[in-house]
Design a protein around this ligand. Structure first.
Ligand SMILES: Cc1cc2nc3c(=O)[nH]c(=O)nc-3n(C[C@H](O)[C@H](O)[C@H](O)COP(=O)(O)OP(=O)(O)OC[C@H]3O[C@@H](n4cnc5c(N)ncnc54)[C@H](O)[C@@H]3O)c2cc1C
Length: 467
């Protein structure tokens, strides 16, 4: 006799992973509920991808207005209505989260409001109700990691959520602790808004995971814009005083300590998986010491009917990875032959220029035993980049020497994130550099730089000297 449950699928968390899973499961004819204790849309829509991109765009308009003088266009005195800026950003978030709510309704996904905690492996308490489900998808996401000695008050010492609220006036001196994606995106926002920004990073290199040459090109561009970058530097503690936040910085090579004063300090030292209050152990679900709930390639946890997707499952903590995993979990539950087997997951820092990559870095390819060839096309040779006043950056292609097989694409430049679509498809289709070079790209476009990087692999790029 089969047991009957309230739902075929209960999804816990309505972030990118959770709402994708819930909607796809409903599309496949399953009876679905999605439990959320805060707002639908999760981190990405409410306090992550979307609001940061809104602020980045606003900051870039300020910089663009300044650079317009180069071609004879000057505007009046710049005035910033901070309340309006924050309101505009919040409006976008509201529209998009409202959209997710509407999609739930349209797809007949029941939205349950409240904290979800397991009672047993088929039963979950959500707020005041108790529901049962045949399959359960955990999509509880992640939260900012803390730094001892730096207590976040969301005013003068903030995490990424606090940093999204632009203070009035804009802080004169800003410190970003952590030279990862989030640290640099905020550094770029505040720098364009008029703050004097310093980024510190504990490791010898910023943006871990990106190609070393690309990182070099990227940091050169960031420094040119006035952002100060100190690597192998850590923040030990911070003290709030009348004239600002006094932060003790330490050079990790020499141990030398200095105190610097800032008006706002951002702690962006990584994120931790979030399982608080979930009571996963009551369902027999394994949680690692670091708080992750590991999944196999079909997104199953150690309990066969309990699935896990997104930031809580594994790194990289990226929205598009969470979304794909959500779809896989839903499809597996519906009996489809789905699996998470992407060749590559793209990564992007949405600064200007952007730093974007997909596939293997040159070093990773060598470490894996490939003999590699690379091709680089600088944007200084791109007609389109010149017309956009954005010639800092390049496209670098990493290719297997004998087979010409594409292994990775690394881009520093405007709209690099949009150019990754082509590169990702090429990787998934096992394209060679020749396949890309043989494809007619529209002229003049930034996409041509991808073509010319492929030509550069063969020392046949037209718009540069091939050495
Ligand atoms: C500032 C910032 C910028 C970012 N920018 C980008 C970007 O540009 N591109 C990108 O790809 N990624 C970006 N990210 C990362 C991206 O936001 C995450 O990878 C993504 O949100 C993960 O989705 P998720 O569904 O796994 O979890 P989350 O988005 O974290 O959602 C989990 C949801 O579960 C809910 N929840 C948790 N526990 C329970 C419980 N017990 N009961 C009920 N509900 C619960 C939470 O309230 C939350 O809404 C950014 C992150 C930050 C912080």
């Amino acid at each position: 006799m089969t047991k009957s449950y309230d739902y075929d699928v209960l999804v816990i968390g309505a972030g990118p992973g959770g709402y994708h899973a819930a909607i796809r499961a409903a599309q496949l004819g399953l009876k679905v509920a999605c439990a959320e204790r805060e707002k639908v849309g999760g981190v990405c829509l409410n306090v992550g991808c979307i609001p940061t991109k809104a602020l980045l765009h606003a900051g870039e308009q300020i910089a663009a207005a300044r650079h317009a003088a180069d071609f004879g266009l000057t505007f009046g005195e710049q005035r910033m209505d901070i309340a309006k800026l924050n309101g505009w950003k919040d409006g976008i978030v509201k529209k998009l989260t409202g959209g997710v709510g509407a999609l739930f309704k349209a797809n007949k996904v029941t939205h349950l409001t409240g904290q979800a905690s397991f009672v047993d492996d088929h039963t979950v308490r959500v707020g005041e109700q108790t529901v049962t489900a045949a399959s359960i998808i955990i999509a509880t996401g992640s939260e900012p990691a803390k730094l001892p000695g730096l207590d976040v008050d969301q005013e003068s010492i903030v995490d990424s959520t606090g940093a999204l609220v632009m203070p009035d006036p804009v802080p004169a001196r800003m410190l970003c602790i952590g030279g990862g994606v989030i640290g640099f995106e905020f550094a770029h926002v505040y720098n364009n808004m008029g703050s004097k920004v310093k980024v510190i990073e504990f490791m010898p290199n910023v943006v871990p995971g990106a190609d070393a040459d690309a990182v070099k090109e990227f940091t050169k561009a960031m420094k040119k814009q006035g952002i100060e970058i100190a690597v192998q530097t850590k923040a030990n503690k911070a003290e709030k005083k009348a004239d600002g936040v006094h932060v003790e910085l330490e050079d990790v090579k020499t141990g030398a300590k200095t105190v610097e004063v800032f008006d706002r300090v951002l702690v962006a030292v990584g994120r931790r998986p979030r399982t608080d209050g979930l009571n996963a152990e009551k369902a027999g679900v394994h949680v690692t010491d670091r708080g992750f709930i590991p999944a196999d390639t079909r997104q199953r946890s150690n309990v066969p009917h309990i699935y896990v997707v997104g930031d809580v499952a594994s790194n990289p903590m990226l929205a598009h990875k969470a979304m794909k995993e959500g779809l896989v979990a839903a499809e597996v539950i519906a009996g489809k032959p789905a699996e998470q087997d992407a060749v590559a997951i793209p990564g992007v820092v949405y600064t200007s220029p952007e730093l974007a990559w997909v596939g293997l870095t040159e070093q990773e390819a060598r470490d894996k035993g490939y003999e590699v060839k690379t091709g680089v096309f600088p944007l200084s040779a791109s007609g389109r980049a010149m017309t956009l006043q954005q010639t800092d950056g390049f496209v670098k292609m990493v290719v297997e020497k004998d087979t010409d097989l594409l292994l990775g694409v690394h881009i520093v430049g405007p709209h690099a994130s949009d150019l990754l679509g082509e590169a990702g498809l090429a990787l998934e289709m096992a394209a060679t550099a020749s396949d890309i070079a043989l494809t007619i790209h529209a002229h003049p476009t930034l996409g041509e730089s991808v073509l010319e990087a492929a030509e550069a692999v063969h020392k046949q790029a037209i718009h540069i000297m091939n050495r």
